[in-house]
Write a protein that binds this ligand. Structure first.
Ligand SMILES: NC(=O)c1ccc[n+]([C@@H]2O[C@H](COP(=O)([O-])OP(=O)(O)OC[C@H]3O[C@@H](n4cnc5c(N)ncnc54)[C@H](O)[C@@H]3O)[C@@H](O)[C@H]2O)c1
Length: 420
């Protein structure tokens, strides 16, 4: 059996990609080193937000084969690597999963194959880390015996408008022929393919996209602090500024940035600049400092709110609404709710949470008390903090029934609510 494509890493990025390729009539092999992931997919179960069990069953009916047997990789014409790129100790890139997957491809690489790296990483990874390892393990030469390219993932979990098929796909090849080959591959299931001069431009484009968000979120997070002191309603400011039909894009402050991309990816670039060129990428480092201290700032504001009514934060009950890193999804990676809860607990507060997407939440190995009784808990808590505005919530109603309500998302309109 030969496959059109093998996707390595069946997570938030790899699985929707596999689904899109199957929908385009491709024969798809899915390779993951986590045998539990492979088994549950094989049984028609999904572990990522954007795909249901029914979606996986349809993929299996469409010939999708999840496996942990790397020997099968050699039966595919194209290999796409979508494995995690977390941060290592010291905030540098952790390429172990990328190198592990690259080795699996290298050991099974055959002439004529196309290899694409999609994992977000620093410029030069494809040419300097992936290519030599593939060539050394296979004895083949990139650009001659096989094609190699980088194509950044642009998934936006929970986005109901843009998916893998209608989000323009950037591709940059090791050689122009590699770019041609990757363009042909992605054009089979993506409407628009955008070519870059080389793999480096494609790698850097992804980091620019996320650094752009990181820096602009930090801008309004810092403004939130001094606007509060100057008694300026920043939410009204942003609303007014966003009516400008050109030259402005609205970003919103909040309790901190979360998820797998925004808090992590800019580090890949700043680490690369510092290690290769010896000087800092100051924008990123400043934005990091501001965004990572937002949970502590929110905890201080919470303390001030209680104190204003003569209530000590020590012994106060604080209810957090929404603890995922983004609204309407279950993904909790790098969620600001965790450092916020830690800060509040260190001030002596008793923290509980409500979240329709999260059944259990542990902080440093200690379970955080959960409530299903949203109305009751909101009415009895000394302070309610809206951290994530899931669609299940009616913030104005909750602000009216709460003793004190702190809206960190600027979604309330009633005067009972305190806004970030
Ligand atoms: N999740 C997002 O919203 C998002 C968005 C854009 C870009 N990205 C990037 O996409 C990449 C993948 O992220 P994700 O969110 O899909 O990760 P994930 O953790 O959801 O899934 C990764 C999968 O890869 C598997 N894996 C790990 N090492 C492997 C190996 N050596 N061989 C095969 N499989 C292996 C894991 O078992 C896991 O199932 C990362 O670089 C990330 O930065 C993610």
């Amino acid at each position: 059996m030969s496959y059109d494509v093998v996707i390595l890493g069946l997570g938030y990025v790899g699985l929707p990609l596999a689904q899109q390729a199957i929908r385009a009539g491709m024969s798809v092999l899915g390779f993951d080193i986590d045998e539990n992931v492979v088994r549950s997919l094989g049984e028609g179960r999904s572990h990522v937000d954007d795909l249901s069990g029914t979606d996986v069953e349809k993929m299996l009916a469409g010939g999708f084969l999840p496996t942990s047997d790397e020997a099968l990789i050699g039966q595919a014409r194209t290999a796409v690597i979508c494995v995690p790129t977390p941060l290592a100790e010291g905030d540098g890139p952790d390429l172990r999963a990328v190198l592990g997957a690259t080795s699996a491809v290298g050991r099974n690489l055959r002439p004529g194959m196309l290899v694409v790296l999609e994992s977000t990483t620093y410029p030069g990874t494809t040419d300097e880390e992936v290519r030599p390892r593939l060539e050394q393990l296979s004895g083949l030469t990139a650009g001659i015996d096989f094609h190699l390219a980088f194509s950044p993932e642009r998934i936006d979990p929970g986005n109901e408008v843009f998916g893998a098929h209608n989000t323009p796909k950037v591709v940059g090849g090791y050689t122009p022929a590699c770019t041609d080959r990757a363009e042909v591959f992605y054009s089979r299931f993506v409407e628009t393919v955008v070519r870059t001069r080389s793999t480096r431009e494609a790698e850097t484009a992804k980091l620019l996209e996320n650094t752009y968000r990181h820096v602009n979120i930090a801008l309004v997070n810092e403004m939130a602090r001094f606007c509060h002191e100057l008694d300026i309603d920043l939410w009204d400011v942003i609303h007014a500024a966003s009516t400008k039909p050109f030259g402005f894009q609205a970003f919103y402050p909040g309790p901190g940035v979360g998820g797998h991309c925004i808090p992590i990816d800019p580090n890949y670039l700043s680490h690369n600049v510092r290690s290769k060129l010896g000087y800092p990428f100051r924008f990123v480092e400043l934005a990091q400092e501001i965004n990572t201290t937002m949970p502590a700032y929110v905890a201080r504001r919470a303390q001030n709110l209680l104190n204003a009514d003569g209530q000590a934060v020590r012994g106060a009950t604080v209810l957090l609404l929404g603890i995922t890193y983004k609204a309407n999804i279950a993904d909790q990676r790098e969620s600001p709710a965790a450092p916020l809860a830690r800060q509040l607990a260190s001030l002596g507060a008793t923290v509980a949470y409500h979240d329709p997407h999260v059944t259990t939440w542990e902080l440093d190995g200690v379970p955080v008390s959960r409530t299903d009784d949203l109305e009751g808990a909101a009415a009895s808590a000394d302070l309610v903090i809206l951290v994530q505005n899931h669609r299940e919530y009616d913030p104005d109603h909750l602000a009216r029934i709460a003793k004190r309500f702190f809206d960190t998302r600027g979604v309330t309109t009633v005067r009972e609510a305190h806004r970030l």
